[in-house]
Ligand binder design. Structure first.
Ligand code: GLN
Ligand code: ZN
Length: 763
C-alpha cells in the first residue's frame, strides 16, 4: 500500500496566533509560557487535522517559533560567539537574540529560502564546535506521539544543506561536515530510542547546480549517517526543482527513501522513466503543489502516480505535496469575499491535505474508489473554463497581438535624454527619493478606520490629500529636485494594484510566513489581468498640481507584481507578466497625458525571481526585461522620463539585463555594498542615468553630509557625473519623520556641495 505523507504544515496559526504570542512576548506583555501554550495548540491542531484525513506520515519539528534553520542552528549548537552561549541548551532569550539581535549582539543575517518568499537565518560556521544543544525536536516528537497514538515523522534540515546555506566557513566544507555528523547521529539515535520509524532529512540544495566536490559532501554525510545502526530509516527529501545533474548522486545515497518534486517541471518524471529507481528505496512522490494555491487536477495527478507506479512498487510510494505546506495559507473557506468561481479553483494547506488523501486512496484502491471525488474535481475545472471572471478574450487578444515594436521606445536613450534634459531642466546631481514617506500611526489608523467603514470616503481621501500636500511642501522646503507624492494611500506596493486590477484578488486571511513573526498576504492572480480604469492618475495629478517641480508617477512593475503574488499555472509566467505590463502601460500613458513627465516603475523583485538553476536564468531575464519594456514603450514620448528602482546591489550578475530594461534612470541599493556596485560600473560601461543610494534607509542613523559627498565623489570616479542621481537607497515608509527630514536635508546638502566642488566638464 502506498502511504500518504506531508513534508511540513503552516505554523503561524490559522489566525496568526503565534505571531501575536511572540510579539507580545518580545514587548514584555506576556510570559514564555504563554508562547509555549499557543505553540502547542497550533501544533496539535495541525497534527489532528492531518490525522483526521488519514495522513500516514505526519511531520513533527516542522513547527518553529521563528525559523527552522535557526532551530537547526540550535540543535547543532552553532551559536555564534557574540551571544555568549555556554549552557547545555539554547534558551529562548538566546534564540530570539540570534533572530532579532539584542544589545551589542547583532542578529544573524536573514536571506531568502531558495526561490520562495520565505526568509531564513544564515548559519555562521566560525561559531566553535557543534554539540547537541536543543531538545525541541525530541519534545515535539513525544508530544505528537502522545497526541496521535502513533509515531510521527521528525523533520530535520540536512547537514549538507545547513553547511551550503551557511557562511563564515573556517575550513574545507568536508571538515565542517565531519564536525556536524556526530550531532546528527546523536539526534537520529535519540529518535530511534523514542520509537521513530522514519526521519525526514531535507536536502533541498540537491536541486541546485552543484560541483563535483559539493556532491561528494552528500556521499560523505549519508554514508556516515547510514553506517550507524541505531537510527530510524531516512527519507532524504528534496524540493523546489528537479535533481537533474545530481540525480545519480541522490539516487545512490545509502538511505531508505528519496523525496522528489514532480510539480515544478517534468524533469524528475522523465529521469525516473528513463533511469528507473532503486528497488530498495521508498519514493516520496511530490505530486501536488506545496507552494502555489491552485486546486490540483486529480485525474491528471492520479495518472502521474499510476505512471510512477510502473517504475516503483506501490508499497514503496509515499504520496505527498512537492514541498512543505509552509508556503500556503490555511483554509480557502475562510475567504468570504472571494468570488465563488475563484474560490472553487483554490487549494490552501487544508485542501492540499484532502487532495493527498484522495490520491493515496485512488492509487491504492483504484479510480472507482474515489470516483465521486474525481468527478467533482473535473467539474470544477470545466466550470472554471467558462468563467468570465477568469478568462477575458480581449486581454488575451491584446497580449497575442503585441509586436516587436511594442518593446521599444521611440528613440534610443541618447536622443531621449537630451529631450528630457530640455524638458525637465534639472541641475547636475539631481536629488529625489524612492517614493514612499513615513507611514505614521495616524496614516495607518485612518486607513484601518476607512476599511472598517467608520470614516467616509470623503474624509479618508481628504486626509490622504492633506498628508500628500504636506509632504510635497516639505520636499520643496529642503530643496529636492524631483518630488514624490509619498504613497500614503498604499499599504503595500503590490496589494494596492492588485485591488484595482481585474484578474487579481486580495484575500482577507490568506497569510503566509515571510520570516519570524512577519507574514504576508500575497495577492492571487487568478485570471487574465486587465485595468478597468486608471489607478493612480487622480492622486498623482493632484500631487503635481501642488508644485512646479516634476512629480514622479509611481507604479509597481509587472515582474514585481507577478513575483510577489500567487501566479497562474495554466498559462506561462511571461504571458501573465505581459498582461500586467499592458495594464501598466495604459496607466503610464494616462499619467503622461495628464502632464506627468517622470514616471517610476519599481522592480524590486526582479532579481529574486531568478530560477534556482543557472541555465534557466537567461530565459527568465529575457522575458522579464521584455515585460518591463512592454510596460514603458508604446505611446511613451521621448520627453517622458522613465525611472525604475531595485533594492539590491548584486548588480554584476545582472547588469546587462538591467541596462536592457532601457529605463532612463534607475535607483539602486548601494550604501551597504558600495565597492561592489562601483566594480560593476568599472567592468561594464553603464550608459543610462543611475542613482546609487547614498544612505541606508534600514538604519535609524541620520547620515552625514560629508559621507554622502565622499560616496558621490567615488561614484563620479567610475561613472560620468552627468549620469549620477542622488537618492536614498529605498523607500522611507518604515522610517520616522524625525530621521527622514534631517537625512534628506543632509542629502540635498551633499548634492549641493558636490555640484560646487566639481563643475561638470572639469577633470
Ligand atoms: N516606491 C516604493 C517605495 O518607496 C519602492 C519600495 C521598494 O523598493 N520595495 O516604498
Ligand atoms: Zn527598494
Amino acid at each position: 500500500m502506498a502511504q500518504s505523507s506531508l513534508l511540513g504544515y503552516p505554523r503561524i496559526g490559522r489566525n496568526r496566533e503565534l505571531k501575536r504570542a511572540v510579539e507580545r512576548f518580545w514587548s514584555g506583555k506576556n510570559q514564555e509560557q504563554d508562547v509555549l501554550n499557543t505553540a502547542s495548540e497550533i501544533r496539535k491542531a495541525a497534527w489532528t487535522f492531518q490525522d483526521k484525513h488519514g495522513i500516514d506520515q505526519i511531520p513533527v519539528n516542522d513547527f518553529s517559533y521563528y525559523d527552522h534553520v535557526l532551530d537547526t542552528i540550535c540543535l547543532t549548537g552553532l551559536v555564534p560567539q557574540r551571544y555568549n552561549f555556554n549552557d547545555s541548551k539554547v534558551d529562548i532569550e538566546t534564540y530570539f537574540a540570534m533572530a532579532r539581535g539584542a544589545k551589542g549582539q547583532p542578529a544573524l543575517e536573514l536571506t531568502k529560502w531558495f526561490d520562495t518568499n520565505y526568509h531564513y537565518l544564515v548559519p555562521e560556521f566560525d561559531a566553535g564546535s557543534p554539540k547537541l544543544a536543543s531538545d525541541k525536536p525530541f519534545n515535539e516528537y513525544q508530544e505528537a506521539k502522545k497526541e496521535l497514538g502513533k509515531t510521527p515523522k521528525p523533520v530535520l534540515v540536512g547537514p549538507v544543506t545547513l553547511i551550503l546555506l551557511g557562511k563564515s566557513h573556517t575550513k574545507p566544507l568536508a571538515e565542517h561536515l565531519a564536525d556536524l555528523l556526530p550531532i546528527y547521529a546523536e539526534a537520529l539515535s535519540k529518535f530511534k530510542e523514542l520509537g521513530a520509524e522514519w526521519v525526514q532529512i531535507d536536502e533541498p540544495t540537491l536541486v541546485e547546480d552543484r560541483t563535483e566536490e559539493e556532491r561528494s559532501l552528500y556521499q560523505q554525510a549519508y554514508a556516515g549517517l547510514a553506517s550507524q545502526s541505531n537510527r530510524p530509516k531516512i527519507m532524504l527529501q528534496t524540493y523546489f526543482e528537479s535533481l537533474n545533474g545530481n540525480w545519480d548522486t541522490a539516487v545512490n545515497l545509502p538511505v531508505e527513501g528519496l523525496g522528489l518534486d514532480f510539480v515544478r517541471n517534468d524533469e524528475n518524471r522523465a529521469a525516473l522513466k528513463q533511469k528507473g529507481f532503486p528497488a530498495d528505496k521508498v519514493l516520496g512522490a511530490g505530486v501536488v503543489n506545496g507552494r502555489n494555491v491552485w486546486r490540483s487536477n486529480l485525474n491528471d495527478k492520479l495518472s502521474l502516480l499510476e505512471e510512477i507506479a510502473e517504475t516503483v512498487d506501490k508499497d514503496r510510494i509515499w504520496v505527498q505535496p512537492s514541498s512543505s505546506l509552509l508556503h500556503l495559507p490555511h483554509d480557502v473557506q475562510m475567504e468570504e469575499k472571494l468570488d465563488q468561481d475563484v474560490k472553487n479553483i483554490l487549494a490552501f494547506a487544508q485542501e492540499r491535505v484532502e487532495e493527498v488523501a484522495i490520491l493515496t486512496k485512488g492509487l491504492n484502491e483504484g479510480r472507482d474508489a474515489v470516483k465521486s471525488e474525481l468527478d467533482a474535481n473535473a467539474k470544477v475545472f470545466e466550470q472554471a473554463l467558462k468563467s468570465t471572471q477568469i478568462y477575458d478574450a480581449k486581454t488575451q487578444e491584446r497580449v497575442a497581438s503585441v509586436s516587436e515594436s511594442d518593446f521599444s521606445r521611440k528613440s534610443p536613450f541618447r536622443e531621449r535624454i537630451e529631450k528630457q534634459k530640455a524638458e525637465l531642466k534639472l541641475p547636475d546631481y539631481p536629488t529625489t527619493t524612492i517614493g514612499s514617506f513615513p507611514q505614521t500611526k495616524e496614516v495607518r489608523s485612518m486607513r484601518a478606520r476607512w476599511k472598517k467603514g467608520s470614516i467616509s470616503d470623503q474624509e479618508y481621501w481628504d486626509f490622504m490629500r492633506e498628508r500628500t500636500k504636506e509632504v510635497i511642501k516639505q520636499q520643496e522646503e529642503i530643496g529636492l529636485d524631483v518630488l514624490a507624492h509619498g504613497e500614503f494611500e498604499r499599504t503595500d506596493m503590490v496589494e494596492f494594484f492588485a485591488e484595482k486590477l481585474e484578474g487579481m484578488a486580495v484575500t482577507e486571511h490568506a497569510w503566509v510566513q515571510s520570516y519570524g513573526s512577519r507574514c504576508v498576504r500575497p495577492p492571487i492572480i487568478f485570471g487574465d489581468v486587465r485595468r478597468p480604469e486608471p489607478m493612480t492618475v487622480d492622486m498623482i495629478k493632484f500631487a503635481q498640481d501642488q508644485t512646479s517641480k516634476p512629480m514622479k508617477g509611481m507604479l509597481t512593475g509587472p515582474v514585481t507584481i507577478l513575483n510577489w503574488s500567487f501566479e497562474r499555472e495554466d498559462i506561462p509566467a511571461h504571458q501573465t507578466s505581459n498582461q500586467i505590463a499592458l495594464a501598466l502601460l495604459d496607466e503610464v500613458v494616462d499619467l503622461q497625458n495628464a502632464g506627468i513627465r517622470v514616471i517610476q516603475v519599481d522592480e524590486p523583485a526582479l532579481r529574486e525571481g531568478l530560477p534556482l538553476r543557472g541555465r534557466k536564468g537567461k530565459d527568465y531575464l529575457d522575458w522579464s526585461v521584455r515585460s518591463f519594456r512592454l510596460s514603458t514603450s508604446t505611446g511613451v514620448d521621448d520627453e517622458t522620463q522613465i525611472h525604475t528602482h531595485m533594492c539590491y546591489a548584486e548588480f554584476n550578475e545582472i547588469i546587462e539585463a538591467i541596462e536592457a530594461l532601457d529605463a532612463d534612470v534607475i535607483s539602486v541599493e548601494n550604501s551597504r555594498s558600495h565597492a561592489e556596485l562601483l566594480q560593476a560600473f568599472t567592468d561594464h560601461k553603464y550608459e543610462r542615468h543611475i542613482g546609487p543610494g547614498v544612505y541606508d534607509v534600514h538604519s535609524a542613523q541620520v547620515p552625514d553630509t560629508e559621507d554622502m559627498v565622499e560616496m558621490l565623489r567615488r561614484t563620479s570616479a567610475v561613472l560620468p557625473e552627468e549620469q549620477i542621481w542622488v537618492n536614498p537607497d529605498c523607500g522611507l515608509k518604515t522610517r520616522g519623520n524625525e530621521e527622514v527630514w534631517p537625512s534628506l536635508k543632509n542629502m540635498v546638502d551633499a548634492a549641493k556641495e558636490i555640484r560646487a566642488r566639481q563643475p561638470v566638464g572639469a577633470d
